[in-house]
Design a protein around this ligand. Structure first.
Ligand SMILES: Nc1ncnc2c1ncn2[C@@H]1O[C@H](COP(=O)(O)OP(=O)(O)OP(=O)(O)O)[C@@H](O)[C@H]1O
Ligand SMILES: [Mg+2]
Length: 265
């Protein structure tokens, strides 16, 4: 393994007023890795990703991408340096086809102004790249359909395609499987595994622990803002400290409520 990590998170804390959402967390992500970032609800996972992408400011600590420090840089600069975040809430532009949505993302890194990207009609190269990304996530057959008519599983794939169109070196995913039933979740997890096997370095936040265990090569566990585990999935999940964090939180309960929702549908 290359000794220089692609992403280095060093002693990062994020405070919201009196609350320490992320508390002196350090971890590395190596080139080509698929790392699971897990922990109970409210553990600080999303805040950690936001501190990496610059959506929130780290109160202390440093983040390095390929050795270059990122703290203090705006989001667009971090994206240009090679990271892309796929959000949990899927919000495509409703008046554009799936392909146009992805092509827009493909072009947006060229301009700092989202408005300019919008008014600038997608060129052939962007449309071609958009099509490639739709193929990668398995929804190319719907390229010309509108987002409003798509089920959640397709919108989630669109969100992956949109994030991939930025051609990241590091792909950050926040709960991509949330809201899907178990067969849809498994299928989308397989797509993420394919993207990873194509050479992408991935950080995956996910509550679906069976898919996490199936996919991830290493896990970092947060609880109450602190890192409480970092290692091979089986060992990490076997750690009594990690098990206690899950049992103390309501994540297992919310997993069960998802399953019962599934059973009803
Ligand atoms: N913008 C914010 N302002 C104030 N508090 C926040 C903000 N964002 C998050 N928090 C708080 O920080 C803590 C960590 O939240 P975060 O969303 O990072 O957890 P999480 O691990 O992603 O949880 P979940 O699994 O439920 O998504 C929580 O106590 C949350 O209420
Ligand atoms: Mg979250």
């Amino acid at each position: 393994m290359n000794p220089n990590p692609l992403l280095k998170v060093e002693n990062v804390s994020v405070r919201f007023g009196g609350l320490i959402a992320v508390n002196q967390v350090s971890f590395d992500v190596h080139q080509g890795e698929l790392l699971g970032l897990i922990g109970p609800n409210g553990a600080g996972k999303t805040t950690m990703l936001r501190a990496i992408t610059g959506v929130v400011h780290a109160t202390e600590g440093e983040v390095y991408l390929s050795g270059a420090p990122l703290v203090g840089l705006p989001i667009e600069r971090r994206i240009r340096q090679g990271m892309s975040l796929s959000q949990q809430l899927v919000k495509p532009l409703r008046n554009m086809s799936l392909l146009e949505n992805v092509a827009l993302a493909a072009g947006s890194h060229k301009t700092a102004s989202p408005l300019r990207a919008l008014t600038h009609v997608s060129n052939q190269a962007e449309l071609a790249l958009g099509m490639q990304m739709l193929e990668k996530v398995g929804i190319a057959d719907r390229a010309n359909q509108m987002p409003g008519t798509q089920p959640l599983g397709i919108l989630k794939r669109l969100e992956l395609a949109r994030a991939l169109a930025l051609k990241p070196q590091l792909f950050l995913l926040d709960e991509p499987l949330a809201g899907l039933n178990s067969s849809e979740a498994r299928a989308l997890a397989n797509t993420i595994a394919d993207i990873h096997q194509g050479g992408m370095t991935v950080v995956l936040i996910e509550h679906n622990l069976s898919e996490v265990m199936r996919l991830c090569q290493r896990l970092v566990v947060l609880d109450n803002g602190k890192k409480i585990g970092d290692g091979v999935p089986r060992e990490v999940m076997g750690d009594p400290v990690v098990q206690a964090a899950y049992l103390g939180g309501d994540t297992l309960a919310s997993d069960q409520s998802n399953q019962s929702k599934e059973a009803q549908s």
